[in-house]
Design a protein around this ligand. Structure first.
Ligand code: GLP
Length: 274
């Protein structure tokens, strides 16, 4: 795992978007695992800008979202189908048939979960999985005590998640569906690469536990420590609970993969000073 600390929320989101853009240019039929939540909105804004400004091509890209609420139709404003259309799909040239989210309205939810897993396999697995982190440490909707080997399945949401996600439901936690379909922790860990983005002081405590604490099913995000290729991108505020900050900065400065990003940053700060 590596941890990249960026000065601002915006530069953290921009780095993640640039990383995705680089992979997409290298592999136009990229299989991209997508996440939702406020943190990701900035990433999708950057990607949409790169599509219109730099002709970033999504025409062969395939996507799989982490999760969806049970019982919400694709047009419900609180659904993740709606979120993805609003923040990404309608802004880029992705083919709608190449975008996949679990169907929370399926009659047989267990069969829907199995179908979703099979479809990911049929596409050759996920190349890059984007991840956010919930205030209770969840990735996807893998709430505390989710097995670290779990697969796509239905889960009950915790009270803290209902509160965290209430904004999309008029601020009322009682309106948030109590159940969701989510990729399992085991499913997520099979992605070839994971990129977790966390920003803001509210995430500092849980992020430090996930990155530097013991691996535990109580904090499903801690499972990323088991992943052979995971990049955690944070802003200074989210990094404020980490103990290894100096070490992480040193690695970032010396890692060849990030050279072009460091140069971009240098150009940006020269431009700002001029
Ligand atoms: C939801 C999603 C998670 C996401 C989390 C973070 O709960 N199911 O995948 O990580 O939101 O949300 P935010 O970025 O709004 O803090």
């Amino acid at each position: 795992m590596e941890v990249i600390i960026q000065k601002t929320v915006e530069s953290a989101a921009s780095l993640v978007a640039n990383l995705i853009a680089r992979e997409l240019r290298a592999k136009p039929a990229l299989v991209l695992g997508l996440a939702t939540g406020r943190t990701m909105e900035r990433v999708y804004r950057h990607l949409a800008r790169m599509h219109s400004g730099d002709s970033l091509d999504f025409s062969r890209c395939r996507t799989f979202n982490l999760d969806e609420y049970v019982g919400l139709s694709a047009t419900h404003p609180g659904s993740y189908h709606h979120y993805m259309n609003k923040h990404l799909f309608t802004h880029v040239n992705i083919r709608r048939r190449n975008t996949h989210l679990p169907d929370g309205t399926a009659d047989d939810l267990a069969a829907e979960c199995a179908r979703y897993e099979a479809l990911i396999r049929k596409c050759g697995g996920i190349d890059i999985q984007l991840l956010g982190i919930g205030s209770d440490g969840h990735i996807g909707f893998n709430e505390p005590l989710s097995s670290l080997r779990s697969r796509t399945r239905e889960k009950a949401l915790t009270v803290s998640t209902l509160r965290q996600n209430a904004a999309m439901f008029g601020g009322d936690p009682d309106k948030v569906p109590r159940r969701a379909i989510t990729m399992g922790v085991g499913t997520i860990l099979e992605a070839k690469r994971c990129v977790l983005l966390a920003t803001g002081r509210d995430k500092a405590r849980i992020l430090a536990k996930a990155v530097e604490g013991p691996i535990t099913s109580m904090i499903s995000a801690s499972a990323i420590q088991l992943h052979p290729h995971c990049t955690v991108v944070v802003d200074e505020a989210a990094a404020s609970g980490l103990r290894g900050v100096e070490y992480y900065r040193w690695i970032f400065e010396n890692e060849p993969e990030w050279q072009e990003f460091r140069q971009k940053k240098l150009r940006r700060s020269r431009h700002e000073r001029a």
